[in-house]
Design a protein around this ligand. Sequence first.
Ligand code: PHE
Length: 538
Amino acid sequence: MNKDSNNSVHGIWGSRWIFILAATGSAVGLGNIWKFPYIAGENGGGAFVLFYLGCIALIGVPVMMAEILIGRRGRMSPINSMAKLAKEAQVSRRWGYLGIIGALAGFLIMSFYSVVAGWALYYVYKMASGAFVGASGETAGGIWQALTSDPLTLLGWHTVFTALVVVVVARGVNRGLELAVRILMPLLFLLLILLVGYALTSGAFAEGAAFLFNFDASKLSTDAALVALGHAFFTLSLGMGAIMAYGAYMPHKVSIGSTTLVIGFLDTLVALAAGLAIFPVVFANGLEPAAGPGLMFQTLPIAFGGMPAGVLFGTLFFVLVVFAAWSSAISLLEPAVAWAVEKGFKRWVATVAVGIAAWTLGILSVLSLNDWSGFKVIVNTPNDWGLFVDSATWQALAAACTSATGQTWFDFFDYLTSSIMLPLGGLFIAIFVGWVMKETHVRKELAMGNFKLYLVWRAVVRIFSPLAILLVFAYSTGLWKPGETVEVKAGAECELATYAAMPEGEAVAPVMVTPASDVPVEEIPAQESDVPVLEEQQ
Ligand code: PHE
């Protein structure tokens, strides 16, 4: 990066391509390869995928343009860019709080993101050791179970990954990252194509593709709509300032519109390729599409285990997944760190502090997969909800009320950030650019050649995007329901008070006996859950 002229104190990207590479590096990550396939699987496939693609095109891309625009005009950390532009527009500098919430969201995402990236690191080593050669679904499942039930191993890899990220951010987002993205990103894509090729021979390609693309609107549950919207933000790194921070380092002459299109296109391509690589393997091996966060780790190793030179390709693949995660994680920390630097802290001090804090919070996500898998931060039933529900109460409730869902810390951080903080951030960013900033400034920064296209974009950012985000929120909370819905009211078995009121150790009334096994729930040990209870969550 050169440090020149009327530019950011943090430096400027060397060229348009380097900006595209860095922003794509931020966008393409675990969200595409790990998260997209598993949430598509959990939410029934086709309808979810179509809704998600719509969110990318109609909300994600326009909002990304808005975010880059704020960043480039502000030329500072998201927090200070927002405050600066608010001042320019003669409104309250409190708009800077939006940047603070964004930086917080990035930090929260980092806490669990590095745990998942840690899984990928572990798989590099497992792949290289040949553990998956000729592996069946059962072998792959076993290795996954063994990993997730072992907190110390998880913690170790979580630590390694966090350290890798801290080292880069501490030195300043620089050419090292640019180089990595330029070479490793295309390589990752090539390997995904190889996997899609393998999936073609798996015998279940058509089934996998149909699962992803067969549109059945009735399958789009209220919750799925919010998950899809949230994921559109997550996968494009929007709503929390990551792209805004990178936009601050973007050279002046570069066109924001066309650059954004490239990023959105590449990001979507990678996600769809990952889906097409994974689902045929799922169906060919009789696995469960809704397996949850372990989906990629339980399926792709089977593919590598069955192909020639699979150890080599498999190892390389997980190395590249780690790189993709790494180039995303860097941008998760950048908004908070850039702000601290502007406050006068040394870059490395700021990075180490934020890194240690995110690492510590990540311990909660590590424990969510094993020792604390029964503890639920939020519990929802058709007619009740509760916070911080202990394992015994949760197990009694879940046994009697089958529609109860509960979120572990891991689920909760994911939900809070992806489904709430990012879309809300996006909503306010759209409002800021659409309604608060002076139009002349917006137009000048965008410099779109095609005036009609500009008008369309402006209408989308001012009206369509905010409205669409609000509608999805309203829909998912039940405030707004198109068409008729039948309300399902459950009985006392779905009320938390039924269980919580009981004295310790007696949290189970006879009526809550699990019908299948006839074993009273109290005989089930509270910690029998090395199988992550994540799967119970929707
Ligand atoms: N977009 C990244 C991914 O898909 C995650 C991310 C979200 C990065 C938000 C930065 C900001 O993996």
